[in-house]
Write a protein that binds this ligand. Structure first.
Ligand code: AP5
Length: 215
């Protein structure tokens, strides 16, 4: 199954993608995780990427396309993939189509996660994540078993620098002005399925499974 997960910041794409990717046995490709990994490296590219993500601004399309092409070169996607957070502009959507046509791995479905802005804000402000494996937590709704430590590898949890109220407004505005345009782009081909993300994580997952099973 070849899936794209699209939706506003902190709508829950990563939480759902991790679980479904594990169940389907396909790679979960999160461009946010890839970029945070690159930003941690002390290289000129890492420093450049860090500037964009710390501000909550989109990384330029050309750079994103080379990152995604390199990721697909790993060769673990023929049985399927979940792309989380990519594409975020029409130019990226067009570039992705060309790449996937070349690889003969076209998209099966685009899952669009929808949630009101006030809920998104609550999710972001109290989000914590594991800097080592990327597992997401929430101080109220998805607490770690042991305070402030990742359940999976025991690493102390951190708050992302782009998870502040001001940066979230900027990220939401960008979602509307740039990313929302990819929805009609895929809708024209009948690929988009809407998922109500304003429910507890397990209920969202049941809806995700139902959408995928119907295909
Ligand atoms: P990225 O990491 O992709 O950020 P995002 O899209 O803003 O998404 P998030 O990771 O914030 O949220 P999510 O939807 O995965 O939600 P999560 O599951 O964590 O990208 C970061 C940055 O990288 C971008 O700002 C940009 O700079 C750059 N970038 C990335 N891709 C790019 C691209 N293609 N082009 C250009 N630049 C790019 O959940 C959020 C919280 O809510 C968690 O605490 C979770 O525990 C909780 N939660 C989840 N689901 C539920 C639920 N159902 N009920 C209650 N709580 C829930």
């Amino acid at each position: 199954m070849r899936l794209l997960f699209v939706g506003a910041p902190a709508v829950g794409k990563g939480t759902q993608a991790k679980k479904l990717a594990e169940a389907l046995g396909v790679p979960h490709i999160s461009t946010g995780d890839i970029l945070r990994g690159t930003a941690r490296e002390n290289t000129p590219l890492g420093q450049k990427v860090k500037q964009f993500i710390d501000l909550g601004s989109l990384v330029p399309d050309e750079l994103m396309m080379s990152i995604i092409e390199e990721r697909f070169r790993r060769g673990d996607t023929p049985k399927g993939y979940i792309l989380d957070g990519f594409p975020r502009t029409t130019a990226q959507a067009m570039g992705l189509d060309l790449l996937l046509a070349r690889l003969r791995q076209p998209i099966d479905l685009v899952l669009l996660f929808e949630c009101p802005d006030d809920v998104i804000m609550q999710r972001i402000i109290e989000r914590r994540s594991c800097p080592k494996c990327g597992a997401p937590y929430h101080l109220r709704w998805q607490k770690p078993k042991k305070d402030d430590v990742c359940d999976l590898d025991g690493t102390p949890l951190v708050q992302r620098v782009d998870d502040t109220r001001t940066k979230v407004f900027h990220r939401l505005a960008q979602y509307r002005s740039e990313t929302a345009a990819v929805i009609p782009y895929f809708e024209k081909r009948g690929l988009v399925r809407r998922v109500n993300a304003d429910q507890p994580p397990d209920a969202v997952y049941r809806d995700v499974e139902a959408v995928v099973a119907k295909r």
